[in-house]
Design a protein around this ligand. Sequence first.
Ligand code: SF4
Length: 402
Amino acid sequence: MPTKAVTKKEKTKVTTKKKKDLRLSATMLKTWLQCPLQFQLNYIERLPQPANTSFSLGNAVHHALELANISLMKTHKQFTNEEVEEFVQEFRDYLAKTHLDSMEYFESGATMVRGELLGLDLNERVIDAEVEFDITTPEGVRIYGFIDKVSQVNETTIKITDYKTSKIAMSWDEAKVDEQLSMYDLAATVLYPQFPNRILELKYVRLGQSLTSNRTDIAQFEFRREIASIFKAIKEYRDNPPKQRPDGYYNDKCHWCAYNKKCPAYNQQLSENMANDFVPVTELTDSTAIEELQKVSLREKALKEHKDNVKLWLAQRIENDPETDVTNGTHMINPMCSSRRYYDAEKLASLLTVDQLVEIASVSSTKVTKLLNTISDPDLKREVESAAFVKVGNPQYRIKKR
Ligand code: SF4
């Protein structure tokens, strides 16, 4: 079975029709569906996007995994620990250029890269990495984007992987209709016609979880028709933009939005008197409890993101002028580095008894799962699995559509 492999410099680019001005990316499509103001600011006014801590972390993790996948395309071999650490270092070097303010980001990103590379399933051959696509559908819609990883599962099947660094995974129902996955499916049909079966994977590297989906021919056809209508509407909007900026639609992605500082809808949420706006707990009903949980979660995320951005601004300000204190007259910023104490596990194992070690050690289930992937002895695997037990923690209340 012929496969198509490209190096980073020789990225895939397929064009099946004459180029038109407008190219629809998954981000553009999602933005259009999500919020008219964000679309206006990004794609019509083309306002520059300020630095964002979450995007910087995601980009750095993607960068390291892209390099690792390019290497895997040549070797198809499990990485040694030393090689994994080299990719972790690539991640750190990339992240260090973005002025993040907390070591926490280095630590969490390094864990993501390490976890992903130590838990690779090499039954699937990586055949492409960071694939650029630019194709035109039969309806005349030019779609554009990048695919993080393409692996060959068997003679007829490929897996399209998109890395996610978010803390919350999509539900299976959401993945079934996710626009980005539908776009990848469409692109893969053109780029890899030798593989009639396509698995679409969202790899949540922070969570160590993978969510897979697929699209039937009918679903793909429906999606093509839907984006043809949206493409037409976007073109009309782009050619005749409104004289006034549209209102923003406050939504659960606002805390990721690059323009939230300029957005009246977002700032209204930040500045509202939250105490007065809450329903007293004694008056909650099923319906208002769901609304309250939704409202508080949205604001919590918005405030966290705003705080991170203020800290990012401060880090840049201090770097630009380290000699002058940041002060408002009564208070000043005192930059401090956080530190944590670690113990060398191998050294402790050589000094303590097994009972003492068991007393102080905690085992990461994610790391055990990854380790199990590397164990070929089925009896040992079973034994390790049998050591698992479940502790029920405090309930988490996630809101989902019925
Ligand atoms: S912050 Fe939210 S409402 Fe405002 S522009 Fe961004 S996505 Fe739209």
